[in-house]
Design a protein around this ligand. Structure first.
Ligand code: NAD
Length: 257
């Protein structure tokens, strides 16, 4: 399938899932706008390498997704936004009565409010173009909870609610809005945790992955960034034209439990 001629803006895309999605979309011919809050040479080099590898236009725009005005400026600077992927996210783990207020505020801002701002800024561009796809990267934690993740679980449930609302507001237009709910995905950040977990639990890699990290993922396999990228491409395809306001779990059966 070809998304040539479309421009995709992917928030939080200089690593992990966002980068995987950007590469998957570029692989279909879409131009991509990468983003994070840093402005390093390596960020711009990443965009240049995607442009070269896939023969598309790729740029990097610094914008801090914890700031509403930055979120809106990202869409403005992108110039076009046919596909919006709200992916930027952070995590903090603590019991609710000890949860640092600044962490709560940051998680709600980056993981939830940013999607409100980017969507509000992108919809007029999608309407003018007569086509749009919004893909929100929620989580299994958008559908279920875990202790000590109050802000993350609240924000991801919020993303699912926002997804449904945007879908209803755009239902009669050629625009769809859906959420992907990944379980545990093998990103560089997750990979880096494995040696520490092996040491902490005195287990080998296979056992720590099966019994500790993927304790709630029945498949006992991580999802991959390529699979999340592929699901995003599917949601942008013609086959998904009537799919809107829903969630797609990529979680190895986590939410079937
Ligand atoms: P990651 O840390 O590799 O990527 C997060 C991205 O967000 C990075 O590019 C980072 O630079 C960016 N980011 C962080 N704060 C930002 C800010 N203030 N402004 C702009 N960008 C910012 O993590 P990831 O695992 O790739 O996570 C991506 C998304 O997928 C998140 O929303 C996360 O909640 C969700 N998710 C991840 C998993 C998993 O197992 N890895 C599972 C379910 C959902």
């Amino acid at each position: 399938m070809s998304l040539a001629g479309k421009t995709a803006v992917i928030t939080g895309s200089n690593s992990g899932i966002g980068l995987g999605i950007a590469r998957a979309l570029a692989g279909t011919g879409a131009d991509v706008v990468l983003n994070s809050f840093t402005d390093g040479e390596e960020d711009h080099a990443l965009a240049a390498s995607i442009a070269e590898e896939f023969g598309v236009k790729a740029s990097y725009v610094r914008a801090d997704m914890s700031r509403g005005e930055d979120c809106r400026a990202l869409i403005e600077k992108a110039g076009a936004c046919d596909i919006l992927v709200n992916n930027a996210g952070i995590q903090h783990v603590a019991p609710i009565d000890e949860f640092p207020v600044e962490k709560w505020d940051a998680i709600i801002a980056i993981n939830l409010a940013s999607a409100f701002h980017t969507t509000a800024a992108a919809l007029p561009l999608m309407r003018a173009a007569g086509w749009g796809r919004i893909v929100n990267i929620a989580s299994a934690h958008g559908l279920t909870a875990s202790p000590f993740k109050a802000a993350y679980v609240a924000a991801k449930h919020g993303v699912v609610g926002l997804t449904r609302t945007v879908a209803l507001e755009t239902a009669e237009e050629p625009i769809t809005c859906n959420a992907i709910c990944p379980g545990y995905v093998l990103t560089p950040l997750v990979e880096a945790q494995i040696p520490d977990q092996m040491q902490a639990h005195g287990m080998d890699r296979d056992r720590v992955v099966r019994e500790v990290m993927l304790a709630r993922q029945p498949s006992k396999q991580f999802a991959t960034v390529e699979q999340i990228g592929g699901t995003t491409v599917f949601l942008c395809s013609d086959a998904a034209e009537q799919i809107t306001g829903t969630t797609i779990s990529v979680d190895g059966g986590w939410t079937a439990l």
